[in-house]
Structures are given as C-alpha cells and as structure tokens.
Design a protein around this ligand. Sequence first.
Ligand SMILES: NC(=O)c1ccc[n+]([C@@H]2O[C@H](COP(=O)([O-])OP(=O)(O)OC[C@H]3O[C@@H](n4cnc5c(N)ncnc54)[C@H](OP(=O)(O)O)[C@@H]3O)[C@@H](O)[C@H]2O)c1
Length: 244
Amino acid sequence: MTQSNGRNALITGANKGIGLEIARQVGKNGHHIFLGARDPDRGEAAASTLRKEGIEARFVHIDLNDPATITAAAAEIARFNDHLDVLVNNAGIGDAGDGSPGTADISVVRRIFDTNFFGSLAVAQAMLPLLRKSVSARIVNVSSGLGSLTLNSDPDWEFASFKPIGYSASKAALNMLTVHLAAALKLEGIKVNSADPGYTATDLNHYSGAQTIPEGAAAAIRLALLGDDGPTGGFFSVARPEPW
Ligand SMILES: NC(=O)c1ccc[n+]([C@@H]2O[C@H](COP(=O)([O-])OP(=O)(O)OC[C@H]3O[C@@H](n4cnc5c(N)ncnc54)[C@H](OP(=O)(O)O)[C@@H]3O)[C@@H](O)[C@H]2O)c1
C-alpha cells in the first residue's frame, strides 16, 4: 500500500487515458484519490485497478454535463474529508462534427463547450469550498496547445493546419478560467495552472498521438504536486511554459 501523505485529490475523467495516469501518479505520491468518471461501471473498474496497485482510490460519479452529479460529488467528498487538496479538471471531449469555423456544426461546438469549459467551471465552483479548507490547494485545468491563441496564430506551428473551432476555443476559454481563478485565489494560496499534455495517443484521437499516456500526463502531475514556491496563473507543458 502506498504511504499516505494525508492529502487528497479529485481528478475528473479519470477512468482512462491521461486522467487515469494522473490519478495513478498523484496516488503513488500518497494522495487519497477521488476518481471522477461519468460512467459508474468504468469508474469503479478504474478505481479497483488503482487499489490493486496499492493506491487509495474511490470512484466518484461526475458527469460534466449533469450538474446534479457535480453537486452530489462535492457532498460525497465532504463526507470523507473536510477538505480537498487537489482538483484536476481533466475530463474533455473532441467531436468529429467539429471543424473549420466556416462549416463546423454549431450544436457540436456548443456541446464541446458544455463539457470542456462550462463543465470544468461548474466543478471548480462546486469544489471551491473544500479547496479553501486545504492548507495548500492546487487546481489544474487540462488544456491543450490547440487552446493557445499565440500558437494558433503562427503559420509555422507544427499543428497550424489543425483548427477545430469548438475544441480550440473551448480550451482557450478554459485557459481564461485558469487566469481568472488564479487571480481570484492568489491571496488564499490556491495555485491554479493550465497543463498542455502534448499530442498523446488516447481514445480522444484514436491513438494517433505521438506521445505515450505517461508522457501526456506528466505536465498535469507536476502542477498537481507543485510546492509552495511554484507558479500560479500559468500554462505549462512538461518541458516549458507555453504561450497563451
Ligand atoms: N490526447 C491528447 O493528445 C490531448 C492533447 C491535449 C489535451 N488533451 C486533453 O486531455 C484530457 C484527457 O484526454 P485524453 O486524451 O485522456 O482523452 P480520453 O482518453 O478520451 O479521456 C477523456 C476522459 O474524459 C471523460 N469525459 C468525457 N466527457 C465527460 C463528461 N461529460 N463528464 C465526465 N467525464 C467525461 C471520458 O469519460 P468516458 O470514458 O466515459 O468517455 C474520459 O474519462 C482532455 O481534457 C483532453 O482535451 C488531450
């Protein structure tokens, strides 16, 4: 069994992909893991996998498109702990109906925003009372280089030809949530940062990404475990600060 460090963490969309690896590594660091997932069977299975690896993990039902599950998740966490130390807003979607701003299906764009931006905002709001009770809370928003206005404006950027308006704009909005929340919470010592995983082979891109899942999870893990001397209000890949 992993030695507990007395801290706890909620990771959304943690039943697979980058989220599951964040849960695994933050758990191995000694955090008790609240493993957020929208599907109870997949969530329970992932939590059970982590427990077999010696990690204290408990499934929490959170569907970013269902506000009642978010409220209930905060109440459930509060029953186990009077505080929350780490929130990783990892859950996110892309959609084949997304695409160029001239042609993308607007209902698809709205659906992507509902999950990637409004869902993450709702989770952050619901968890704030618990995060405020931590002595050193961290919030990590799992963003994307596709959410960078600067990189999208560079015609020589390696992903310059890939411009799904819904996904990219939702991640740019998530980055704004990082900046605003970091400013609002700075005096309370709560650090808020965006992570850029990099192009990682997961279900999201039908395993076309160049990086492994542990490589994709590394930036968010580092930000989840930031020391008190770490930054707030920034956007980071594992290698460097990324431009907004
Ligand atoms: N892979 C990349 O190259 C890459 C690059 C940059 C950023 N990212 C970001 O990294 C994060 C993780 O993505 P991934 O690559 O690991 O993709 P993934 O394997 O498809 O995992 C996405 C996770 O989000 C969950 N999810 C989706 N909609 C949800 C909702 N409404 N409520 C709760 N959970 C929901 C999924 O649950 P189900 O299993 O139930 O569908 C799954 O657990 C996302 O925010 C993504 O945008 C990924």
